[in-house]
Design a protein around this ligand. Structure first.
Ligand code: AMP
Length: 502
């Protein structure tokens, strides 16, 4: 029996002397050297007592070593669980109790606190690659006899960001990861000649699977930056052929003068995902650089689902078409009946990319996975007459005011066009009369001030009365997480007393 994920993505690189990772200082790590490091880590994990199927919880800064821990987990048949580096020790305590890991890998600064919380072996890995993991690995050989795994075995658990309720562990099988990487290499035409500028975190599906698995599958290389910094990205773009980013990468690049047509004229592809890319950003990027960003849509539970085409029209404000092998339906959220084109409904996904369920949460899994195999994403969407999918927002962001459905995105698109508005977010606040009242949160463009009367006039000219915001709030910036998603739960909390007294 084989280990199809390891064999297909990694094993064939064990004697590959091509560069895999290019560090910020220009030094490189070959595939062979990277796989040798992963082999040493695999031996170390086994020596620490991690058996196939055991969980390895990893909360470390981005580094080549951190990526090698993922590969080591695949090779040993352990389940890799990366955690957001922003989580505090008390948050990590929940993940420890839920995942019951055999080994925890963390920064030296967290080691003693985590050791007190667990009986698992705790080893350290710091941002520069140092720590007790590397020290222990020195004593082990760099080859390891790969543990056999089935394609349906769980390779990784990624916890969802959990803005409401407990964070859920999405179980991703070997085949989920491999099938998606194969599809993406093909769809986005990656070859070993590519150099991907990688400034994403690697605890999230975007930087970990979408970027890294795709690159390893085609044998290309990555300029591996510890985090996004617009000036650094500008200085490395001349060496890259492609970049994957969240929308904030693009808005921050556009905010500086460094991004020019000459700088990126040689680039093959810019990809955006993980949060909606404003059509305005898409257009501004094209005007500045001549490049049309390719927007795609996916989520932790499903890997990538849809993408704008590589060769055809990349339509701003849409996430393109279902990827090959992926089934997409837009349904009535209650009945599950499929809706006609143009109608807004729940987006459901089926395919080899869809996860195996939530770790130790069979009821949650049953609620979100239909008997016919479709996963209920929680995203509201519509399909236009050309077949492009438009994401309208999360269903939990839907506002019901006076019994009418209000889709925040529709109002945000109108508000974004108001003079002086850089961006907007529309949320609900409890309303004594309407149940929920629409609140608009606006951010001003540079130093301009926003004329609220003008905003009100624009919305009254374009939107039915029940959709019009009943209150406006101007903030210096919208709260966003590291993946660029607007944290509407924070805004809802902030405006909750707008129409009622506390
Ligand atoms: P995550 O599980 O953190 O990757 O978040 C997945 C969610 O991000 C999806 O369910 C969508 O709500 C959102 N998302 C991802 N990509 C896009 C996109 N291109 N446009 C709009 N929303 C997106």
């Amino acid at each position: 029996m084989a280990n199809v994920l390891f064999d297909t993505l990694f094993a064939r690189h064990q004697n590959n002397d091509d560069d895999f990772l290019i560090n910020p200082d220009g030094s490189t790590l070959t595939y062979a050297a990277f796989l040798a490091m992963a082999g040493k880590f695999a031996n170390t994990l086994q020596a620490l007592g991690a058996n196939p199927g055991d969980r390895v919880l990893v909360q470390v800064q981005k580094s080549p070593e951190a990526l090698a821990v993922y590969v080591a987990c695949v090779q040993t048949g352990c389940i890799f669980i990366p955690l957001n580096t922003a989580y505090t020790t008390s948050e990590v305590e929940y993940f420890i109790s839920d995942a019951e890991p055999a080994v925890i890998v963390c920064d030296d600064t967290a080691r003693s606190a985590l050791t007190e919380l667990t009986t698992a072996a705790v080893v350290s890995l710091n941002a520069d690659g140092s720590g007790s993991l590397r020290d222990a690995a020195e004593n082990h050989p760099n080859t390891f006899e790969t543990v056999a795994r089935d394609a349906t075995d769980v390779a990784a658990i990624l916890y969802t960001s959990g803005t409401t309720g407990r964070s859920k562990g999405a179980m991703l099988t070997q085949d989920n990861l491999l099938s998606n990487a194969e599809t993406l290499v093909d769809y986005w035409q990656f070859t070993r000649a590519d150099k991907l500028l990688h400034a994403l975190p690697i605890y999230h599906t975007h930087g970990l699977f979408v970027a890294s698995n795709t690159i390893m599958l085609c044998g290309a290389s990555m300029i591996f930056l510890p985090k996004f910094n617009a000036d650094e990205v500008v200085s490395h773009l001349p060496d890259a052929t492609t970049m994957m980013g969240v929308p904030t990468f693009y808005t921050r690049l556009l905010a500086g003068d460094g991004l020019t047509r000459e700088l990126v004229g040689h680039m093959r592809l810019f990809i955006s995902g993980s949060a909606p890319l404003l059509a305005e950003t898409h257009e501004e990027f094209e005007q500045r650089t001549g490049q049309r960003i390719l927007e795609r849509y996916g989520m932790t539970e499903t890997n990538m689902n849809t993408s704008n085409p590589y060769d055809g029209e990349r339509k701003a404000g849409t996430v393109g078409f279902p990827l090959p092998g992926v089934g997409i339906r837009i349904c009535n959220p209650e009945s599950g009946a499929e809706l006609a084109d143009g109608e807004i409904g729940m987006l459901e996904v089926k395919g080899p990319n869809v996860f195996a369920g939530y770790w130790r949460m069979p009821e949650k899994t049953a609620e979100e996975l239909r008997d016919n195999g479709f996963f209920i994403t929680g995203d509201l969407a519509k399909r236009d007459s050309d077949g492009y999918i438009h994401i309208v927002g999360r269903d939990k962001d839907l506002i019901i005011s006076g019994g009418f459905n209000v889709y925040p995105k529709e109002i945000e698109l109108v508000l974004d066009e108001v003079d002086g508005v850089l961006e907007s977010a529309v949320v609900a606040a409890p309303h004594p009369d309407f149940g929920e009242g629409v609140v608009a949160v606006l951010v001003a463009d540079n130093d301009t001030s926003i004329d609220i009367n003008a905003a009100q006039e624009t919305v009254s000219a374009q939107l039915a009365k029940f959709k019009q915001p009943k209150s406006y709030l101007v903030l210096p910036a919208l709260p966003r997480n590291t993946m660029g998603k607007v944290q509407k739960n924070i805004l809802r909390e902030q405006v909750k007393n707008t129409f009622t007294s506390p």
